[in-house]
Design a protein around this ligand. Structure first.
Ligand code: HEM
Length: 477
């Protein structure tokens, strides 16, 4: 039996892919607890819950906070200490785990959340979506009025996300093809409850606090003192003087990832020639498209190599994009073991001893993330770099940042992932010219030197997106 989710109490961003084309990410700082709470009081009821829409609204908003943000708003030490370790530490302190250790992706180089700029410490992330740029700008202006009226709420950074009509990110691939289906949210379709299916639905507790996760437990949740303000929050059976602040909330990872599109295109051009034996047989796709697909594991249209290894042919429908496994391709001849999708979701072939098939799915499904990012910046026209800032506002949702996002990032960075050697994900940000992308072909595997990074981390934050009741509690404290 699927768990019943309190959908009206979950912020919409957590469990719904909104599919808006325009977004604004506002990184805020509160100058005082009083002003922060006053601001929240004014805007809290504009927040969009996950309640199904009868009609799609023209604008939506969701709010998340950093640990210093909660501290500034006045959460007690006991409450502050009850959040997860990595959230308390913050993204910059996790730089070694994330591989954010080399210029220009180190916290010292970041434009958002740089630890050397305490006056720019992020307290909250306000995410606004609009159906049109006009809708978004009008909503944004209403927010500006509130901020002016309250005072002491500074916008440290504002980044606009724009989804392209073809839903492709800046390197030219369809983005958002694979997304975990959630038990209790997404409708049951073929394979939804089969432990051997790549599209089995994932327990809600992996993405929302207060529900059973893939380990069969309800993960720890932050708490606040039981007082007159917190009465509407759920009780905590083992701590009668506390209330469950985390219920229906979740952790969010936000990273601004710059994409060097010109360098990526040049890299494809430079390396494609060594695959002539393979690419000369292609009939409907170019050599470049073939190499690009080998690095990601999907053609630029989103069609997986596991389904069509030699030609790109967009397959209609969402499920078909994901209902495939890697077991018939143990050496990665169709879809390289180190390709982006096979590293970030190895499905039934996580090469741990004894972890194949069902066991692999079981292990891998404890490391899934819901991706909610959007491209920012203009598309590159032509092949020459135009110095514009463009990339991906990478946002993902997970109930456990260490076990989910950080784990996947480690898979991407790991030179010996699944038996590989000196290999890395093409979209990792720490290649330093010492790692390769291996592309298995007959008779011998070939390797492409990743001589530079195509992605740079420009900063971000670890955040917590409270449930609606917890959000109102913060405003009323
Ligand atoms: C600029 C950097 C990145 C780009 C351009 C990028 C692009 C893509 C593309 C094109 C896909 C395949 C289509 C899809 O399923 O959406 C994909 C899938 C995915 N990416 Fe990324 N990505 C980036 C960074 C990351 C990072 C940092 C992570 C996590 C640490 C990540 C995790 C994933 C996951 C989990 C999938 C789905 C795999 C599956 O279930 O098949 N990506 N990405």
């Amino acid at each position: 039996m699927a768990q019943q989710l309190q959908i009206d109490d979950i912020q919409g961003f957590t469990v719904r892919g909104y599919t808006f084309f325009y977004a604004r990410y506002l990184f805020l700082q509160f100058k005082s607890a009083a002003q922060g709470r006053q601001w929240l009081k004014q805007v809290v009821e504009w927040t969009t819950p996950a309640t199904p829409w009868k009609e799609k609204p023209r604008v939506v908003q969701n709010i998340a906070f950093t640990h210093p943000g909660f501290e500034t708003l006045g959460l007690t030490k006991t409450s502050l200490d009850s959040f997860s370790k990595e959230f308390i530490e913050g993204m910059d302190k996790r730089c070694r785990i994330l591989g954010d250790t080399e210029y220009p992706s180190r916290p010292d180089d970041w434009e958002i959340g740089n630890p050397n700029e305490p006056d720019k410490q992020i307290h909250a992330l306000l995410i606004l979506f609009g159906m049109t740029p006009k809708d978004l700008n009008e909503f944004s202006a209403r927010h500006e009025e509130v901020r002016n009226q309250v005072g002491g709420i500074e916008v440290l950074h504002s980044v606009d996300g724009v989804r392209r009509l073809d839903k492709k990110e800046h390197f030219g691939f369809l983005d958002g093809a694979s997304q975990p289906q959630i038990e209790g949210i997404d409708a049951a379709s073929n394979g939804a409850d089969d432990p051997n299916s790549p599209v089995r639905r994932i327990k809600a507790g992996e993405f929302v606090l207060g529900y059973v996760n893939e380990y069969g437990i309800i993960p720890p949740s932050p708490v606040v003192p039981a007082d007159e303000h917190s009465q509407k929050l759920p009780e905590v059976p083992e701590q009668p003087n506390m209330r469950d602040f985390g219920k229906n909330g979740t952790y969010i990872v936000c990273r601004k990832l710059y994409q060097n599109v010109a360098a990526f295109r040049e890299f494809l051009q430079e390396n494609v020639t060594q695959f002539e034996a393979q690419t000369s047989k292609l009939e409907t796709v170019s050599e470049i498209e073939w190499l690009a697909a080998k690095l990601v594991g999907r053609w630029r249209s989103g069609t997986p190599l596991m389904l069509l290894p030699d030609r790109d042919d967009p397959i209609a429908g969402k499920r078909e994009h994901n209902d495939f496994s890697f077991k018939d391709d143990p050496d990665g001849l169709r879809c390289p073991i180190g390709s982006h999708i096979r590293r970030s979701n190895p499905r039934d072939t996580l090469g741990l001893e004894g972890a194949h098939g069902t066991e692999s799915y079981k292990a891998v499904n404890r490391h899934r993330i819901l991706r909610r990012g959007m491209p920012y910046g203009p598309a590159l026209q032509g092949d020459k770099d135009d110095r514009e800032d463009r990339g991906l506002m990478f946002l993902c949702i997970n109930a456990d940042i260490a076990v989910q996002f950080e784990f996947v990032q480690k898979w991407m960075n790991d030179p010996s992932f699944n038996g590989l050697y000196k290999d890395q994900d093409v979209f990792a940000h720490n290649h330093e010219g010492k790692t390769y992308a291996s592309i298995p072909v007959e008779p011998v595997r070939k390797r492409v030197l990743l001589k530079q990074n195509f992605v740079t981390v420009k900063g971000g934050a670890y955040l917590f997106m409270p449930g609606m009741t917890a959000l109102r509690y913060l405003a009323s404290m």
